[in-house]
Design a binder for this molecule. Structure first.
Ligand code: ZN
Length: 65
């Protein structure tokens, strides 16, 4: 059992608008995406998959509920 995961409530089933820090392009990603997401303009990695949780590597500019 793992009780160490309750530090930050992670938004579930939300869409996030993220902004690429490299080129400024924005795109919408699923908040609990489990696949890597790359910027469609410059190919910079924006979301890293960490075994079930998405780790956002760039700036979140909005959360769409
Ligand atoms: Zn980019």
């Amino acid at each position: 059992m793992n009780d160490n995961d309750n530090l930050i409530p992670q938004p579930k089933s939300r869409f996030l608008r993220i902004k690429c820090l490299n080129c400024g392009a924005e795109q919408i990603v699923f908040g609990c995406a489990t696949v890597e997401v790359r910027c469609f303009v410059c190919d910079k990695q924006l979301v890293q998959s960490t075994g079930g949780k998405a780790r956002i590597l760039t700036k979140i500019s909005d959360v769409l509920s």
